[in-house]
Each structure stands twice: as structure tokens, then as C-alpha cells.
Design a protein around this ligand. Sequence first.
Ligand SMILES: NC(=O)c1ccc[n+]([C@@H]2O[C@H](COP(=O)([O-])OP(=O)(O)OC[C@H]3O[C@@H](n4cnc5c(N)ncnc54)[C@H](O)[C@@H]3O)[C@@H](O)[C@H]2O)c1
Length: 303
Amino acid sequence: MGLLDGKVAIVTGAGHGIGRGHALELAKEGAKVLVNDLGTTLQGEGTGRDADLTVDLITARGGEAAANYADVADYAQAGEMIAQAVDTFGRLDIVVNNAGIARDATIWNMTEADWDSVIRVHLRGTFCPTTHAVNHWRELSKAGEDVSGRRIINTTSGAGLVGNFGQANYCTAKAGIAGFTQTVSLEVFKLGITVNCIGPAGATRMAASIPGAGIEAKEPDEFDEWNAMDPSLSSPLVAWLASDKAGHVTGQVIRAVKDEIVLMEGWRNGPTIRKANKRWEPAELTALMNADLFGCRAPGLRY
Ligand SMILES: NC(=O)c1ccc[n+]([C@@H]2O[C@H](COP(=O)([O-])OP(=O)(O)OC[C@H]3O[C@@H](n4cnc5c(N)ncnc54)[C@H](O)[C@@H]3O)[C@@H](O)[C@H]2O)c1
């Protein structure tokens, strides 16, 4: 008995790396998987049939899978991908938005194309499958079907949550995905659909591209014992979030890195100053901001 017996999942960008790990894990837990991948380079150039590689691995292990080669940031192609899952496997329960690219550069070297393509793949690439899946489930709900238990699982990054030198495009997109998760989770709450966001890690080609990191890219199926760089270490969390056991968890950002699973708690109200129904004067803020907000007497931020 698997945690996901009878479920149908789509995993985007699942030809390689972290997405491949998710697809293998969901299949191991009994889900039928539509493996999406456009087959691009890390920079988002070119196309290929890389989804087939993961489909072959799943079927060789006795699971059920089919390939999809859509560009997930293309609205029409993302809609066709949702339809393919339903046509092929009879239903759709889980969408894991994982596809991504990177084009790192400092803000002064970042080209318009670097910015636009990274924002497009991560943000449109999360929006397009999500809106089509939610509309499909809303139609079912209107026709009287109980759609509770359906799942959206998005992908952020530690870099997007705290910032990272040389990745303004990527970090902006990844922070946006966390915000998208929170809002969409509220919108579909009444339908019993959950929307969460994971922050994975692993020695994929994306991680290997970080200058000086000394990381060699490896696929999840190339690790046969526990290794802190295995790109599939967040996949058990994805399988659990996708299951009926996680119906009470929504709108969350959870990082799964190495052997840790960390609930992220960001952007809470911190130290506050108040002036009873009166407008602040800029000059009076110097002392108050430094002492009461930043906790220091001298000007300057707490870094
Ligand atoms: N590797 C890490 O350490 C790390 C850390 C945090 C977050 N992430 C995130 O994890 C996700 C997977 O990254 P990875 O490291 O496995 O990278 P990867 O490059 O190994 O895999 C990404 C896959 O997405 C596919 N893809 C790219 N654009 C696509 C598109 N428009 N439509 C469909 N497929 C597309 C690529 O062909 C590729 O197979 C990304 O969202 C990435 O930002 C990775």
C-alpha cells in the first residue's frame, strides 16, 4: 500500500534533478505520473525529450507514467498538459510545479533577457499549470464532485527567501512563488484543495553552476545510499504533502535540505513604534528607529 495509491500527479521539469526525484517518489507511493519536461539547457535554451528518461525509470520499476514536453510557462501548452493527465489517467489529483532555469548575473550585468526568461519560467511556469488545474477542479466541483484532497505543490528556494548575491531574477521569482502559494491557498481553501511550497536542494546542474561551489551534477537515481547532496531528499516531503494525510497543511513554505525539514516562518511583525493617531515627523524617526526598531543607539542597521 502506497501513500498515493489511486492518485494522478503531474510533476513539471521532471526529466532531471529534483523533479525527477519527485516523480520517482510519487510513483513509488502508487501515483500515476505525467512527467513534464521541456528539455532545455539550464539557461532555458533548446528543447528535448528528456521527460522520456524519467518515464522509462518509472516504468522499469513497475510504475505507471507518461511523458509531456510542454513549456509550462506557455498558457495554452500548460492547459493541454492538464488535459493530457486527465485523458491518459482519468483524473488529476496533484500538480508539482518544479520546472526552473537560472541565468545568474549581478544586477549591473543582468540583461533584459536574463530577467525576463527566469521570471517567465518560474512565475508564469507556476501560474499557468495552477490556474488550469484549479479551473478543472472547479468545474468538477460545480458538477457535484468532491474535489477535496487535490494538491498544488510549488517550489521556492532558500535563495529566494533570504536573498543571494548575483541572482536578483531568480530570487525575485522564488520569493514570488512563496507569495503566490499563500494567496492561492486562501482562494481554494473552501474546495479542500491545499497549496504549499517546498524549498529543496541537491547536486543538480543548477547547483553545480554556482561558481566555486565544487558541486558535480548527479541525478537522484545515481545515488544508492544516503548522501546530503542527493536531489531527491525533498521528495518524501512532496509525497507526504500530496497525500490525504496532509489535508490540514496549506499556505506553508517548508524547506527540505539534507536531513532537515524546516517550517519557514517569515515576514512576521517585528519591533513596532506607535504615535497615538498622529503623523510622524521624519526628523523624530532617527532616534526612535535606531533605538526601538533596530535596537541600536548609533545610526546604522543591525547587520
Ligand atoms: N538544485 C538546488 O539546489 C535547488 C535549490 C532550491 C530550489 N531549486 C529549484 O528546484 C527546481 C528544480 O531544479 P533542479 O536543480 O532540479 O534543476 P535542473 O536544471 O536539473 O532541472 C530543471 C528541469 O526543468 C526543466 N524546464 C526548464 N524550463 C522548463 C519549462 N519552461 N517547461 C518545462 N520544463 C522546463 C528543464 O528541462 C530541467 O529538466 C527549480 O525550480 C529550482 O529553482 C533547486
